[in-house]
Design a protein around this ligand. Structure first.
Ligand code: PHE
Length: 345
């Protein structure tokens, strides 16, 4: 004869299977009643000790079947409610609504100016070369004809790496020129954009890190006139079609002759007087014919080849172009400042 306790489990099973669940509230009531911490199945376990040994196994299986049936019932209803809810929220989508506004990023003003300069030189066939910022003494100074006792090597100007007398943070991207010349045969026509470091006191006007674009052209019969024409082209692309330039004699260890190039900025406002020190002319780059010693140091025969080189700082041009008064703003990464620039380049 079957144990009467089995009638109870039969009854509960039938109840679970026929439960009517048509709302979320009914689903929750079902969960509490059959699966919650005080569910109605639990008390039946207490009956286990009254069940004779030969029925214990079947009783256990029946109890388990109750739990499984309740879970199945709950899960299948929950799934159909979830599907209905997501369909409803899709139906409520307003496909004509304007898109939520997004925070657009912008390029850093230094990148904007640097990319413009790169673009101008790329148009006349200069290739971009990038190299390491941690350099050795040889590529930064020696190859560039900068003698051991040159003041530029002074600890005051150069950041040497801790415990090293040969490794340093490059002070100019001329080191890239040295690297390219030692591994490539002329004709060489490159520009070297990148970050450089000098041990200077940080102020509104100068910083211990800044960016440069240097250029190098080495081939047979490269002349000073070629350099002047290239730089005039650059100045006019950068500062407008009728920009005037002038070259003033100067000195760099790695070029001979050397010059500094000014562009005519004008004297229309008080600010113009201030920026050009009353002359109307603004210095924007250093340049010159590559010193034969530099070519020799890098394995290029100065009897066969000549070249010109130039180098310019980016921050100052960015400050002029965007009327930025303090160079430190360029390195603080304050989004209120950065947000003002767009990203044409
Ligand atoms: N290397 C120089 C500087 O850092 C710039 C320069 C490059 C000048 C090439 C002349 C020729 O100031």
């Amino acid at each position: 004869m079957s144990n009467p306790i089995f009638d109870r489990t039969d009854q509960l099973l039938a109840e679970i299977k026929s439960a009517s669940i048509s709302t979320l509230e009914e689903l929750e009531a079902f969960r509490i009643k059959y699966l919650g911490s005080k569910n109605v199945i639990k008390p039946l376990f207490a009956e286990m000790r009254n069940v004779p040994n030969e029925d214990k196994k079947e009783f256990g299986q029946r109890m388990n079947a109750l739990k499984v049936a309740a879970e199945e019932m709950f899960n299948s209803h929950k799934q159909s409610f979830d599907q209905a809810a997501s369909k409803a929220s899709f139906d409520q989508l307003d496909l004509t609504a304007p898109p939520a506004s997004r925070n657009k990023g912008s390029r850093h003003p230094v990148s904007l100016v640097m990319n413009r300069i790169i673009h101008i030189f790329e148009k006349i066939g200069f290739a971009v070369e990038e190299e390491r910022e941690i350099e050795d003494d040889w590529h930064n100074f020696t190859a560039m004809n900068t003698p051991e006792d040159h003041p530029a090597r002074d600890m005051q100007d150069t950041f040497y790496l801790k415990n090293s007398v040969t490794n340093l943070l490059r002070t100019h991207t001329s080191s890239v020129q040295a690297r390219v010349m030692t591994k490539t045969k002329p004709p060489i026509r490159i520009i070297a954009p990148g970050r450089v470091y000098r041990n200077e006191t940080i102020s509104a006007r100068s910083h211990c890190q800044f960016h440069q674009v240097e250029g190098l052209y080495v081939d047979k019969n490269v002349s000073f006139a070629d350099m002047k024409q290239t730089l005039l082209y650059f100045a006019r692309e950068m500062y407008g079609a009728d920009t005037r330039i002038r070259l003033r004699p100067s000195y760099f260890p790695f070029t001979e002759p050397s010059a500094e190039m000014d562009v005519y900025w004008g004297l229309e406002s008080e600010a113009d007087y201030r920026i050009t020190k009353g002359t109307g002319w603004l210095e924007i780059l250093g340049c010159g014919m590559v010193d034969p010693n530099v070519l020799k140091n890098c394995g290029i025969d100065p009897e066969e080849y000549t070249g010109f080189a130039f180098g310019m700082g980016i921050e100052r041009q960015a400050m002029l172009q965007y009327k930025i008064e303090d160079i430190r703003l360029l390195f603080e990464n304050d989004v209120r400042f950065l947000r003002q620039f767009n990203s044409a380049y």
